[in-house]
Every structure is written in C-alpha cells, then in structure tokens.
Design a protein around this ligand. Structure first.
Ligand SMILES: [Fe+2]
Length: 174
C-alpha cells in the first residue's frame, strides 16, 4: 500500500516556500473580497442593479473560498500558517496593485482574476513538486481556478457591454 504523507512542520515549509505561496493566495482572496464588496456598493450607471448583484455573487463566492483555504492551511500547517502581520502586508500589496493599474471597477476585477489564476497555478506547482500537496488541497485549488474562470467570463462580458455604452464606474472619484 502506498501511503501519502503531508509535511507538517513549518521548518521544512520554509525551505520550499509552499506555505508562503498559500499565504499570498489567502491574502489575494481577502483583497478580492474587499475589492468586490466595495464594487458592489460603489457601482452605478444604467446597468447598476445587474452589476450590483454580480459583484455580490463574486464577493460571496470569494468569502467561502477564503474560509476553506484558511481552514485547510491551518489543518495542514498549523496556526502559524495564517500569521496576521504577514497577511496584512500581502493584502495591501494586492489592493494597491489593482487600484493603481486600472481605472474602473470591472477592470480591477479582471486584473485580480488574472492574478489569482497565476497565483493558483504557481502555488499548485510548488505544492506538487515539493510533496506538500494533499488530495483535498489539489481538488480545492482546481475547483477554485475553475470558479474564477467563470468570474472572468462574467466580468469580461459585462465590460464589453459597458464599453459599447460608455457606461462604466470609475475606480476613483473625479
Ligand atoms: Fe449589499
């Protein structure tokens, strides 16, 4: 019988970087929750109500993913996995990146979706190569990537309509 075994000690973790990548992913999800809920409140224009509900769908999904990821991290690596100070800095990094790179709420969402696909893939590869992947984490990361592809679809289609109508919500006040 082949026994799968998960690395449980943080010392080994530090040498391969899998846990650190999971932290970046967790912080990204929390930043995305923040971003999408703010968009839900701020969006305006002719398609306000559809946008308002779409952003609600996005932040509610992200909230569930955030909770699942954090619980998996603690379950596998212990409570130090979600060190508050580290996560706050990472959270701010993602927020600033998205705010400074784009000019509207929908584009901010799309950039965050591009980022999460890259981070999920990078995290997945690292966990796999270092032997730190569990079956549950593997399944979760795959499913999350798929759900975020749907998010990209929703945002992209909505933005296409807005561009045609010149009806988008600026990220900052004029
Ligand atoms: Fe609301």
């Amino acid at each position: 019988m082949k026994w799968a075994f998960v690395a449980m000690d943080t010392e080994k973790e530090d040498t391969v970087g899998g846990l650190q990548k999971l932290r970046w992913l967790l912080a990204l999800l929390r930043a995305q929750y923040w971003s999408y809920q703010n968009s839900h409140w701020k969006v305006k224009g002719g398609s306000f109500y559809g946008d308002h509900l779409m952003f609600q769908r996005l932040y509610e999904n992200v909230q569930v993913q955030t909770d699942t990821l954090a619980e998996k991290m603690v379950g596998i690596f212990g409570i130090d996995a979600i060190d508050d100070e580290d996560l706050l800095g990472m959270f701010l990094y993602w927020n600033e990146r998205w705010d400074s790179a784009v000019d509207c709420l929908h584009k901010r969402g799309l950039l965050s979706e591009d980022d999460i696909q890259n981070v999920i893939e990078d995290t997945y590869d690292t966990l796999k190569e270092s032997g730190q992947m569990t079956l549950g984490m593997d399944d979760f990361l795959m499913a999350m990537a798929s759900e975020h592809e749907t998010n990209t679809y929703l945002l992209r289609q909505t933005l296409r309509g807005k561009t045609a109508m010149q009806d988008w919500t600026p990220l900052k006040k004029d």
